[in-house]
Design a protein around this ligand. Structure first.
Ligand code: GDD
Ligand code: MN
Length: 362
């Protein structure tokens, strides 16, 4: 009786799988081509590195040491720690600054909560030509800062971010990251990528001043900064030689909360980004990514519902085949991501969650 649901269910299932696959292969082709632009060697500009901190006593000392070990002239770096902690993070920052007195470190106290707010407060203290934001729960490979700054020396490039590798992630997290990094790099080579990472976000100083800092109503400060730069005619890229390592929550409940909040924030960036002006080359990339992040997950859900309700042998066979395929890691990573995206979007109904609870990582 309900077999009329079978065909729509099948069509949606095919659409859900085909759209990202086709796009992935397209991005893979992009990723294989040469950049076509080359960073120029210039005198290293002065870099202001903003580190927002909220109860990071476990990781902050190592984070500052990682910055100090970058292959970059230390007299060209200033670090601004924008802190709203209630633990002894600020004490540890002061201790680190004493142990490394050759390094310029400013510690500023930010009363109001939320990362975006801390970043905007920190911007008032910036003296550098390039502004770099970095989360405490991430580390950089030794050349990442230097490489990011070199890319920014190209006039058309406004924002540079990193490819990411999990430090202690599960295999699902690793698989997801591999596919994801290829897409980021491919899009960057083609034009720009709509997704940037707070683990390393380097912005031209003049551009961020022109924009008056970070948008106050978007949780994904990083990605939305890229979109703003693009709307001003710049490119926002993720090159493969700028690499960040990121701690991932080990506990499964923390992991789900963490991923869902990031999805929630990314959805905010895509939705708000729809109205920004975009050059033609980027419009296509943005539209398909917005579709993949905001709509395609619901198509999976709708197709499963239709197939199950159809009660037809074919419908149930397709759903069972899908369940069996979950044993295959990339597919499992994909399906988990779809649920994170849906859950994240639903959370936006309750609120934007611009200030969040800290999740234990590492
Ligand atoms: N000063 C200040 N005040 N810093 C904060 C606050 C706050 O209220 N909340 C978080 N931070 C700092 C953290 O200490 C950390 O250095 C950084 O901001 C990122 O916060 P995490 O708690 O580590 O969040 P995440 O790992 O999930 O971050 C990812 O998602 C965010 C959006 O959901 C990253 O991609 C972030 O860059 C992104 O903003
Ligand atoms: Mn983080």
């Amino acid at each position: 009786m309900l077999t009329i649901l079978l065909y729509p269910g099948l069509i949606l299932a095919i659409l859900h799988v085909a759209a990202p696959l086709l796009y992935y292969y397209r991005a893979l082709r992009w990723a294989k081509r040469p950049w076509g632009i080359n960073p120029i060697d210039v005198d290293p500009p002065r870099v202001s590195i903003i580190v927002p901190t909220y109860n990071e006593a476990d990781l902050i000392y190592g984070k500052l040491s990682n910055i100090a070990s970058q292959d970059y002239p230390r007299d060209r770096i200033e670090v601004i720690v924008a802190d709203s902690s209630t633990d002894n993070t600020p004490k540890i920052v002061e201790e680190w600054a004493r142990d490394n007195s050759l390094f310029k470190v400013k510690l500023i106290k930010v009363e109001e909560r939320g990362k975006v707010n801390a970043l905007n407060e920190a911007l008032r203290h910036v003296e550098g030509d390039v502004v770099v934001v970095t989360d405490v729960d991430s580390l950089w490979e030794r050349n990442s800062l230097k490489n990011a700054v070199r890319w920014l020396s190209i006039p058309s490039i406004g924002v540079v971010s990193c490819v990411k590798r999990p430090i202690n992630g599960s295999s699902v997290e690793e698989t997801y990251r591999d596919l994801y990094n290829i897409i980021r790099v491919g899009e960057s080579k083609a034009y720009s990528t709509p997704i940037m990472h707070g683990e390393l976000l380097a912005i031209k100083g003049g551009l961020i001043r022109e924009l008056n800092g970070f948008a106050r109503d978007v949780g994904a400060d990083d990605s939305y900064m890229g979109l703003l730069a693009i709307s001003r005619g710049f490119r926002a890229i993720v090159p493969e030689d700028v690499v960040c390592l990121e701690y991932v929550p080990r506990n499964i409940i923390d992991y789900v909360k963490w991923r869902a909040r990031r999805s929630q924030h990314l959805a905010q960036s895509f939705i708000k980004g729809i109205r920004l002006s975009k050059p033609r080359g980027f419009s296509k990339i943005f539209n398909i990514e917005a579709y993949l992040h905001l709509i395609n997950p619901w198509i999976l859900l709708a197709s499963v519902v239709l197939l199950v309700l159809s009660r037809s042998i074919i419908g149930l066979a397709v759903v069972s085949a899908g369940l069996i395929t979950l044993a295959w890691r990339p597919f499992r990573a994909w399906v988990i991501q779809q649920f994170m995206l849906m859950y994240g979007m639903l959370r936006n109904v309750k609120g934007r969650e611009l200030a969040w609870e800290k999740v234990r990582k590492g």
